[in-house]
Design a protein around this ligand. Structure first.
Ligand SMILES: *[C@@H]1O[C@H](CO)[C@@H](O)[C@H](O)[C@H]1NC(C)=O
Ligand SMILES: *[C@@H]1O[C@H](CO)[C@@H](O)[C@H](O)[C@H]1NC(C)=O
Ligand SMILES: *[C@@H]1O[C@H](CO)[C@@H](O)[C@H](O)[C@H]1NC(C)=O
Ligand SMILES: *[C@@H]1O[C@H](CO)[C@@H](O)[C@H](O)[C@H]1NC(C)=O
Ligand SMILES: *[C@@H]1O[C@H](CO)[C@@H](O)[C@H](O)[C@H]1NC(C)=O
Length: 358
């Protein structure tokens, strides 16, 4: 049922928009501005992890973000989406550079956002001034930890979603602490049900299934940076095809439009798995800092927040649980244990880059 609805919307309702010209509240042309330009004070070209001569500065990242939000608003965008950890920038090379845990990490932490701090308030002010929704990807600093944060802020400045990546990937785990399951939330707006995930969360059922069970209409996917598959320097996980494939599966199973952005690469996938737009990493980021795409949201049904008879439902989860191969012990292992790295250790200048056993 949900699947058929998604199909119908995708066939009847797509409105291609390179330059939006609807008002911010035009539900038939809800235009999302996908930021694909780089944050200031970040190694370039794409894939570089050379921080020599770079001084991180969160205030300058917020200045650039405010300019981008204003530009998108002038183009009549309704929602501005930033890549993962755009504030203050993805920590390129953390796993490879011995300078990171002792020298760069304390500086990085100084340049994270804390919800409610002065830089956060400047972003919220620009949201309220322009009347757009904003989807943020940021290093979220609390008194205890840093997290890979995402937030959806409404045009009136309310925080509709605030979450942390459930299980940071690879060497991210040596820097960022884990999120929690209740942060996998979908929120109802007047333009549809909206949810967010970041990066490799799109691959793992512990993160995708709780989201897909909640019947999103618009899914916001933030990756840090991606390059075209033809780039010979890339690692397998930094390319386009593998990630677009995961998000295509996500779109079909959830029935949502998937809006993907990352530094360098943006795309949109329909609920039936069509790639509606795609701008790759060879397109100049200064001349094309933002990619716009509008969808007709008027047919979205926000009354249902779950479907007990859906493909992603408790019945299906229970079937997996009951049918899990019987010869495999029901041993939870340590893989999903909550991981927390004390911020005091990370700021000390003496962190050896390996999280203490919890
Ligand atoms: C949506 O925006 C696009 C691009 O500006 C425009 O071509 C189209 O006419 C708009 N559609 C509506 C229904 O306003
Ligand atoms: C934005 O929308 C307004 C009102 O519909 C229209 O006059 C203006 O041309 C649009 N701007 C752009 C850049 O499309
Ligand atoms: C890193 O950047 C610095 C400053 O631009 C430059 O001098 C140095 O050669 C670069 N190192 C590498 C390995 O590219
Ligand atoms: C960050 O940049 C602003 C100007 O854009 C400057 O006023 C401020 O001193 C800088 N912060 C640091 C820590 O260098
Ligand atoms: C938007 O979709 C509705 C159906 O939900 C349709 O009636 C309307 O014509 C569509 N508008 C545009 C501009 O495509």
């Amino acid at each position: 049922m949900r699947f058929l609805l998604g199909m119908a919307v995708s066939l009847a309702g797509v409105v291609v928009s390179v330059r939006a010209c609807a008002s911010h509240t035009d539900a038939s042309n809800f235009t999302i501005a996908m930021v694909r330009t780089y944050p200031p004070n970040w190694p370039l070209p794409l894939l570089s992890s050379n921080w020599t001569g770079i001084t991180m500065n969160i205030s300058q990242a917020v200045d650039k973000a405010v300019d981008l939000i204003q530009e998108a608003s002038h183009e009549n965008a309704s929602l501005v989406l930033f890549p993962e950890l755009w504030f203050p920038g993805y920590p390129m090379g953390f796993g490879d550079d011995t300078n990171w845990p002792t020298v760069l990490l304390p500086e990085y932490i100084e340049n994270c956002l804390t919800v409610g701090d002065g830089n956060w308030a400047r972003i919220v002010d620009s949201v309220v001034d322009t009347g757009v929704y904003v989807g943020l990807g940021f290093c979220d600093k609390t008194t205890e930890n840093i997290f890979m944060g995402q937030a959806l802020i409404s045009p009136s400045g309310d925080v509709l979603i605030h979450r942390h990546k459930l299980r940071p990937s690879g060497s991210e785990r040596d820097m960022f602490s884990d999120g929690t399951m209740e942060m996998l939330e979908v929120t109802t707006t007047r333009y549809g049900r909206i949810g967010m995930l970041e990066c490799y969360e799109h691959f793992w059922p512990s993160m995708t299934l709780p989201m897909q069970a909640q019947l999103e209409n618009i899914h916001l996917a933030a990756f840090p940076y991606l390059v075209d598959d033809s780039n010979p320097q890339k690692q397998w996980y930094e390319g386009t095809f593998v990630n677009m494939a995961a998000e295509t599966h996500y779109a079909v199973l959830s029935g949502a439009y998937v809006f993907h952005t990352s530094v360098g690469t943006s795309w949109v996938i329909s609920p039936s798995g069509e790639v509606l737009t795609h701008v790759g990493s060879t397109v100049d980021m200064d001349t094309t800092p933002i990619v716009y795409y509008g969808v007709n949201t008027t047919g979205f049904d926000t009354t249902a927040t779950y479907d007990v008879n859906g493909e992603v439902s408790w019945g299906v989860v229970k079937q997996i649980y009951d049918g899990f191969p019987s010869y495999i012990p029901k041993d939870p292992g340590t893989f999903v244990d909550f991981a927390s790295i004390p911020i005091a250790l990370e700021q000390s200048g003496n962190y050896n880059g390996t999280p203490p056993a919890s």
